[in-house]
Design a binder for this molecule. Structure first.
Ligand SMILES: Cc1cc2nc3c(=O)[nH]c(=O)nc-3n(C[C@H](O)[C@H](O)[C@H](O)COP(=O)(O)OP(=O)(O)OC[C@H]3O[C@@H](n4cnc5c(N)ncnc54)[C@H](O)[C@@H]3O)c2cc1C
Length: 289
């Protein structure tokens, strides 16, 4: 059984991580599943663990000078959902995570570190080109979250690193869409989720992006499909729709999704695109079915 450490500063945590390889334990909602109950009630893990919940350096949400938003790794879904500076897609995903107790104890760092294809936060974060800030005794490095998550439960986290924060660049979208389809409203692990966003200026689609969660080993974002729409006019959407949906469908690996989920994703994308084509009032597009 592994040792359990409780560092009180980030510096101490980084040294422990470098020397023992201890796995960070934040909210514990994923990690506890891998534990056994030992003597008394203390959980036992097959590897060393360090409880990082006391590290103030990993807490808080900051609006940076360039308009981007930095979210500390220990920030909970409840804090994210109620923030006035976190972008809408991410707040929406955070507010739909688990039940209230989980939303107050789970963390964004744990959701990313766990890299489950069903995790709710990586999907909107990848849509927004968020970067993850990693820290070790050797310093910091940053990379796109899309590159950090390698596949189901696989990340590029170094043996001596921990996730410090996530930085979301500033965006000014004309149209926004988010939908999570779970088994029940509360405490539902996603069966399928989709976020999308577009920038339309003088009827030209300047930017279009979409990200699909629980659709394969990691979040699906197809730059090829997005490029089919970018630079075209709003009125061209019906003519481009099938080509776009086909390209999107091809981006999903053949066995990743049963047909009905594929079709649901395509239907949601078509709904969002139709709303843009029809020139609906700019803002959040809701699908009430
Ligand atoms: C009942 C229940 C319902 C759930 N519902 C949802 C849901 O609706 N949506 C959803 O997305 N998830 C859900 N989950 C899964 C889980 O709650 C989330 O993935 C959560 O965000 C994990 O965060 P945590 O802080 O609890 O992670 P932990 O269990 O503490 O850690 C998870 C993993 O990340 C690593 N880690 C944690 N922090 C860091 C860090 N700073 N740096 C590096 N690695 C780190 C750990 O070492 C571990 O490998 C649910 C879980 C349960 C038990």
């Amino acid at each position: 059984m592994g040792m359990t450490y409780i560092p009180s500063t980030l510096g101490e945590a980084l040294l422990l991580r470098a020397e023992t390889g201890a796995h960070p334990l934040a909210g514990g909602s994923d990690l506890m599943v891998q534990s056994k109950r030992g003597i008394a009630l203390a959980p036992e893990f097959p590897f060393p663990v360090m409880i990082i919940t006391g590290l103030d350096e990993l807490k808080g949400i900051t609006l940076l000078d360039d308009g981007s938003v930095e979210i500390g790794a220990l920030t909970t879904p409840a804090e994210i959902a109620s923030s006035s500076v976190v972008p809408w897609h991410v707040r929406e995903a955070a507010s739909g995570m688990g039940a209230i107790a989980l939303r107050n104890s789970a963390t964004i760092g744990g959701n990313i570190g766990n890299a489950s294809p069903k995790g709710d936060l990586p999907q909107p974060l990848i849509l927004l080109d968020a970067e993850v800030v990693l820290i070790s005794v050797h310093g910091e490095r940053r990379m796109l979250l899309d590159d950090f998550i390698l596949g189901s439960k696989k990340t590029a986290l170094g043996d001596d690193e921990i996730i410090k924060s996530v930085v979301i660049p500033k965006h000014d979208f004309s149209y926004l869409f988010y939908r999570k389809i779970g088994m029940r409203r509360a405490n539902a692990i996603s069966k399928l989720s989709l976020s999308a966003a577009a920038v339309v200026k003088d009827d030209e689609i300047i930017d279009f992006r979409a990200a699909s969660g629980a659709a394969g080993p990691k979040v699906i974002r197809s730059r090829e499909a997005e490029a089919i729409l970018k630079g075209h006019m709003r009125e061209e959407i019906p003519a481009l729709m099938d080509t776009f949906l086909e390209a999107w469908n091809n981006a999903i690996s053949p066995h990743a999704m049963p047909l009905y989920r594929r079709n649901t994703t395509k239907r949601m994308l078509a709904y969002f695109l139709s709303a843009i084509h029809e020139g609906k009032e700019e803002g959040i597009i809701r699908e009430d079915s």
